[in-house]
Ligand binder design. Structure first.
Ligand SMILES: [Zn+2]
Length: 908
């Protein structure tokens, strides 16, 4: 932080205010943690043996659980789902059996209960049981991933996916995160297979008739959702870093793509060991690639599982963006090994403690690994998505009550991840990087191998920083929404008087009116950095308004939140806005990004004139930062959605081309050795955008390059491959479409297969779009792709076609996915619509066909569509009239040439 130049805070509103309505969350206490299971018995260790039978898609399980009875109780209640529990024996410390009634299953609560004839006295017991369970086809519990082989056979991988509440599908257990226990897993596997779990192998014994019985070392005490098993025809490459055996595990024959993830996990292990000041606690850590299954990663302790498309990297063809993406995902999952696994949220209402933390830490680790890529700025794109959701009536606080297990799944959303991580970024900037890091270290040290609540985090951060963190942070995690700061200022003779008014930022939606301040509205304690170009200091705005006087250079414009770390919007008075726009190229990167993003959001919320956004767009031509282009291209897409079905749509597309084409023309199609790293990624982004808006020259050149690339893959720079395949897909004729499908079917890796299918699904030609639809039901198409195809077709200007197909094939589509995913999948098909009638149809469909838990995403999508319909009615006529006019000549705004990028240490 620069030296403080704050002269006086006139209004008393700068004192920290605590919103009275907020309940203060207590520190972690096992007894009072929410959950459905009684807390009078706790598991200490599961000695678990699984015997899968692939032929019958079932398995047998046996286990002896060591439990502590804390209070006298006459029943043992634990979770079990889709398991047939045959028998159980309870023994006390003296080893004598204690009579147990047969288990009573309750499918509604997903539990089994054993009644006892007399209450158990407190003490240690062992519970031995045997059961049968299912091996699932969907990614849930223990599941089987099937991949077609080159010679017509199948390769099978058995794997677990247990978060949040699927451990109970594998073993009867206390399946809530506060019930930590050690797991000692043994599994019988077939001949030729390998098996990986959280811990190293302790023993491997040959079984009669082939196959082996593999026993793993006991895990540390951990929640059940972190247990992992992956078995199949797998191979591993590894090395030892800082005393930890690191490995990358992939299907046999694919470990040639493991070098980058292995190197990245080595760098990240050193980074996290240093940052957390607590060395990674297990003896080994494997990054495991599975060909099918879910699309991201799962942070099982010591055995992180990924879809191979997002972990394995082809050293010959991978672009810089691919390296950044893979590095970020590994960083997220590795950060969980501390934030989530070593210290776990007490209950799902505190999921943000796991997920927002891992997300924030991933950006931090990635930003230091790729310093020239400005990844903190680019991370604002995710924060912007969260702000879009958080400004609507369907939002929720970062911490939200989760009363039933089935609600846990819906907590994994953009608000939890991205608002949460953006809030941590703001808090880190306010407390200072060192104090924040020291607070995290204390938090981990105090609560390791245990659980925590947000209150425990605030306490550690307060101790490290000396600031009242709990009072400041609670309004951000327990209130939905975020503030708009209205800013005005006068400057005279080196003194600037800044007036800041705080009100909730809301988008007028289906029912809500535009934001107006009134008594009783939520307020936030907002850390705000005020300054000029290159300087700034923090003030804390707490009440409805604040007045700040500061010594300042009146020739310089006032900049609020120059680093763009605040989770709030800023609306400048007209003179302040004009001063900033005039100095555009001289503004810090974050200030430019924030001004553009806030202006776009304010225009769409009917709180600023469209002319402000257009004034900034005129200035962006020579913009060097990719993050600003991300924002602008997202804005163009948002406005383009309003144009669907309108006669002025072609004029809007010509406008979009006119905004983007000059920059692309200067970049050219060919990479240059001396260009900044961001330019390489920008080239692909801009080419794809010009294709989207119908720029004939870009389309023709993209098609020419695609045709050449098919026969000569080395002809395309890695950073252009996605864009060129995307252009070919979007403007495909029948032959190109068939080429793409053929490429998808014979692709050697999931990454290439997914890319080809995704390109084919964006075809403009309605006949080709119609050919894509049945692929959503084709079991030869990977499940991840099947589930996103209809939304892709819908977003490629064929919404009615995709929606009609989805409704008429709803039975088959829903049978193919988990219940919760149904809401997301169907909402995703129509979410880009700007027609209220479509929202009505979605509502009717959901009411008839979906379960309550699936409705969360449906309600969000409905609200999004209705909000857009209102926006269209209000803004489209003005936008259409503006872009329909011939463009005025624009004075070029030149940025200083960026310095050459420094080499990236440690990265291939
Ligand atoms: Zn995560």
């Amino acid at each position: 932080m620069t030296a403080r130049r704050l002269v006086a805070a006139l209004a008393a509103t700068l004192a920290l205010a605590v919103a009275p309505a907020l309940r203060a969350e207590p520190p972690f206490s096992f007894a009072t943690t929410p959950g459905a299971l009684p807390k009078d018995i706790v598991p200490v260790e599961y000695a678990l043996h699984l015997r899968p039978d692939i032929g019958t898609r079932s398995f047998r399980g046996t286990q002896t659980i060591t439990v502590d009875v804390l209070r006298p109780t006459a029943a043992i209640v634990m979770n079990a789902l889709d398991l047939v529990v045959a028998a159980a024996t309870l023994r006390g410390a003296d080893g004598r059996p204690i009579a147990l009634a047969p288990p009573r299953h309750d499918t509604a609560t997903q539990t089994i209960a054993f009644a006892l004839s007399a209450p158990l006295v407190p003490g240690r017991y062992t519970l031995t049981m045997a059961w049968r369970g299912k091996i699932n086809g969907a990614v849930e519990g223990l599941y089987l991933d099937r991949q077609a082989d080159a010679d017509g056979g199948e390769r099978l991988t058995l794997a677990t996916d247990l978060e949040p509440t699927s451990a109970r599908r594998v073993l009867p257990c206390w399946d809530e995160p506060a019930f930590r226990a050690r797991f000692r897993l043994t599994v019988d596997i077939g001949a030729g297979a390998n098996a990986y779990s959280n811990m190293p192998i302790a023993q491997s014994v040959a079984l009669a008739g082939g196959g082996r019985r593999i026993s793993f070392e006991a895990t540390p005490p951990m929640p059940s959702y972190l247990l992992a098993l992956v078995a199949g025809d797998l191979e591993r490459v590894g090395e030892t870093i800082d005393g930890t055996r690191l490995g990358v595990v992939a299907m046999r024959g694919k470990s040639g793509r493991a070098a980058y993830p292995l190197a990245a996990s080595g760098d990240l292990l050193r980074y996290f060991n240093d940052y957390f000041a607590l060395p990674y606690p297990l003896p080994k850590l494997d990054q495991i690639a599975i060909a099918g299954g879910f699309s991201g990663g799962m942070e099982n302790w010591g055995a992180i599982v990924y879809n191979e498309s997002v972990l394995l990297v082809d050293p010959a063809t991978a672009s810089e963006a691919t390296h950044q993406r893979v590095h970020a995902l590994i960083a997220h999952e590795m950060a969980h090994q501390w934030l989530g696994n070593l210290v776990t949220m007490a209950w799902w209402d505190n999921l943000w403690l796991n997920e927002a933390f891992a997300e924030w830490m991933a950006v931090k680790a990635n930003a230091q690994a790729f310093p020239e890529a400005h990844l903190w700025l680019r991370a604002k794109r995710a924060a912007e998505n969260a702000m879009e959701l958080d400004a609507r009536s369907t939002t929720h606080p970062i911490q939200q009550p989760v009363t039933r297990d089935s609600e846990a799944e819906s907590a994994f959303d953009t608000i939890t991840y991205n608002k949460g991580s953006a809030f941590l970024r703001m808090l880190e900037a306010y407390l200072g990087e060192t104090a924040f890091r020291d607070g995290i270290r204390q938090y981990l040290k105090r609560h390791r191998y245990a659980n925590a609540t947000s209150a425990d985090l605030w306490a550690a951060l307060a101790d490290a920083s000396g600031k009242p963190v709990a009072a400041l942070a609670a309004d951000w995690t327990t209130q939905a929404g975020f503030p708009l700061l209205d800013v005005d200022a006068q400057c005279d003779a080196g003194r600037r008087r800044v007036v800041i008014r705080q009100l909730p930022f809301r988008v007028p939606g289906a029912s809500a009116a535009a934001a107006t301040a009134s008594e009783g509205e939520p307020r936030w304690n907002v850390p705000v950095q005020l300054g000029s170009v290159g300087t700034g200091d923090y003030v804390l705005v707490s009440g409805a308004s604040a007045v700040v006087e500061r010594e300042d250079d009146c020739a310089e414009p006032l900049v609020v939140d120059a680093a763009d770390v605040g989770f709030f919007r800023v609306r400048y008075s007209a003179p302040l806005f004009d001063a900033l726009a005039t100095r555009w190229p001289a503004l810090p990167d974050g200030a430019r990004l924030k001004l553009l993003a806030d202006t776009s959001a304010l225009v769409r919320a009917d709180q600023a004139p469209l002319a402000r956004w257009l004034a900034l767009v005129e200035r962006i031509d020579d913009e060097p930062r990719l993050a600003l282009w991300d924002q602008l291209l997202d804005d163009l897409e948002r406005f383009d959605r309003l144009s669907v079905g309108e006669p002025e749509r072609p004029a809007f597309h010509r406008f979009a081309v006119s905004v983007v084409a000059p920059r692309f023309a200067r970049l050219g199609w060919e990479e240059r050795a001396d260009e900044p790293a961001e330019a390489r990624q920008l080239r692909g982004r801009l080419a794809a955008t010009l294709s989207r808006y119908g720029d004939a020259a870009t389309i023709a050149e993209g098609q020419r390059r695609f045709a050449r690339w098919v026969g000569e893959p080395a002809s395309l720079a890695p950073s252009l491959v996605n864009a060129v395949i995307g252009i070919a897909g979007r403007h495909a004729d029948v032959a190109t479409y068939e080429t793409l499908l053929a490429l998808a079917r014979r692709a050697p890796t999931s990454e290439e297969r997914f890319r080809a299918y995704r390109a084919a699904a964006t075809a403009r030609d309605p006949a080709l779009a119609a050919r894509t639809l049945p692929l959503a039901l084709d079991r030869d198409v990977p499940q991840i792709i099947r589930h996103e195809l209809l939304a892709s077709v819908a977003r490629s200007d064929h919404l009615a076609l995709a929606w009609s197909f989805a409704r008429s094939h709803a039975d088959a589509l829903l049978a193919d996915m988990k219940l919760f995913d149904g809401g997301q999948a169907f909402a995703g098909i129509v979410a880009t619509s700007s027609s209220a009638a479509t929202a009505d149809e979605l509502e009717a469909f959901a009411r008839a066909r979906l379960t309550d838990d699936a409705l969360v995403e449906v309600r969000r999508a409905e609200d999004e569509i209705r909000t857009r319909a209102r926006l269209k009615a209000r803004l489209w006529p003005e936008l259409a009239a503006t872009v329909g006019e011939p463009p005025a000549p624009i004075e070029p705004v030149l940025f200083p040439r960026p310095a050459p990028a420094p080499p990236r240490p440690g990265m291939p």
